[in-house]
Design a binder for this molecule. Structure first.
Ligand SMILES: *Cc1c(COP(=O)(O)O)cnc(C)c1O
Length: 372
């Protein structure tokens, strides 16, 4: 944390997950050294993209890939690519889509807000979102009706904890779209651990954030059928100019994929699970605290810790505890969207043991003078 000292910056313990306002993730030393080296050198950017494409193929099994500035950029560029193809005339025309298929079908429950409403990333290209179903459910019948409309460019699905519709089966939706010759994009920003499984669903383009669990600098990783990847990359010379990958993010993605390919996933999983068990034991030793392990709803290969307070033995609420943790030094951030329902969730993946100990100690201190 030398940099924090030098510029007098707020220190953070991030148990909030891959959260953009906190800087998302911790890169490994190997990745950050490669990125630092890249900043001091020149490259042929197309060559870096070509190498990144090969690495992405190796990781995911797709036949091509490319790197963009971030997943929000990838959403816009993927949709742009579906509308323009590789035609430089069309690329130059966006966001004017008068002569192109410009409707993007999105199930209502997949309209997520990751700091920006996903509809805006669609509209930015000139495309028109067509929203289907209700928040909790979009049926295949409803989907079929809109797939038959004129001028449909693609179907956009989101695979994330933020999605509210857990009923729509991706494989069925994608097969249905194929019957009408409509390509599908999946925004699976935080789901790089599931890349092969997602690709097997038959989607045409899949999008991940490099900076989430893959641990690269901010970057969008996009892969799928070569003709679609080429169409997306063509848009770097159009509306994608402000969404381009930098040399440092390209080198960062390439080295992050190298590390992922070498990762012993079973060993990693058991390390994460040990951290969870360790933290559970520390928390359950504190009077007034109940902590349980909760698996990820979207089948990511790790679980989190969910804390609840025993309202009969402590005078403060989980919401108050959340605020006190944020006032600690370093500040402690956890997943607090359900703190009003007496649930505070901790994601431990980037944390060192001394940080996990510090969280438990702080909770103990905060609760100390609040017992009945
Ligand atoms: C994080 C996230 C994004 C945005 O990713 P960036 O790389 O920060 O642009 C988009 N969609 C989902 C589902 C996300 O979780």
């Amino acid at each position: 944390m030398k940099i924090h000292k030098k510029y007098n910056l707020t220190k953070i313990i991030n148990a909030r997950g891959t959260f953009t306002p906190l800087g998302v993730s911790r890169s490994t030393t190997k990745i950050s050294k490669n990125v630092a080296n890249a900043l001091e050198e020149f490259f042929l950017i197309d060559e870096l993209q070509e190498l990144a494409s090969q690495k992405i193929s190796q990781l995911t099994g797709a036949n091509a890939g490319c790197v963009t500035h971030c997943t929000s950029s990838s959403i816009s560029m993927a949709i742009a690519g579906m509308m323009t193809g590789t035609s430089s005339n069309n690329v130059a025309l966006l966001p004017d889509t008068m002569n192109m298929k410009n409707k993007v079908i999105v199930p209502k429950g997949h309209i997520v807000n990751y700091g920006q409403l996903i509809l805006q990333a669609i509209r930015l290209t000139g495309a028109i979102p067509i929203i289907v179903g209700v928040e909790e459910e979009c049926t295949l019948k409803e989907l079929k009706t809109v797939l038959q409309e004129d001028n449909v460019a693609c179907l956009l699905l989101v695979s994330s904890r933020l999605v509210k519709d857990n009923k729509l089966n991706f494989k069925d939706a994608i097969s249905l779209a194929k019957e009408y010759d409509i390509p599908t994009i999946i925004d699976a920003a935080a789901q790089d651990f599931r890349c092969k499984e997602l690709l097997s669903l038959g989607a045409d383009l899949i999008l991940h954030s490099g900076q989430k669990y893959l641990l690269s600098p901010t970057a969008g990783i996009l892969y799928g059928k070569k003709k679609f990847v080429d169409a997306v990359y063509a848009n770097e010379k159009g509306i994608g100019r402000s969404m381009k990958a930098s040399k440092e993010s390209l080198i960062g993605v390439i080295s992050a994929i190298d590390e992922r390919l070498e990762l012993d996933i079973d060993k990693w999983k058991s390390e994460q699970s040990l951290k969870v068990k360790y933290f559970l034991n520390s928390l359950n030793d504190i009077k007034g605290v109940n902590a349980i392990e909760i698996p990820d709803y979207t089948d990511l290969p790790f679980s989190r810790v969910c804390l609840s307070l025993d309202v009969k033995s402590v005078k403060i609420s989980t919401f108050d505890l959340t605020n006190s943790l944020k006032e600690s030094s370093p500040q402690i951030w956890a997943i607090d969207n359900e703190s009003k329902n007496n649930k505070l969730v901790f994601e431990l993946i980037p944390l060192h043991i001394n940080e996990i100990d510090f969280i438990a100690e702080r909770i103990q201190q905060i609760l100390k003078n609040t017992y009945y």
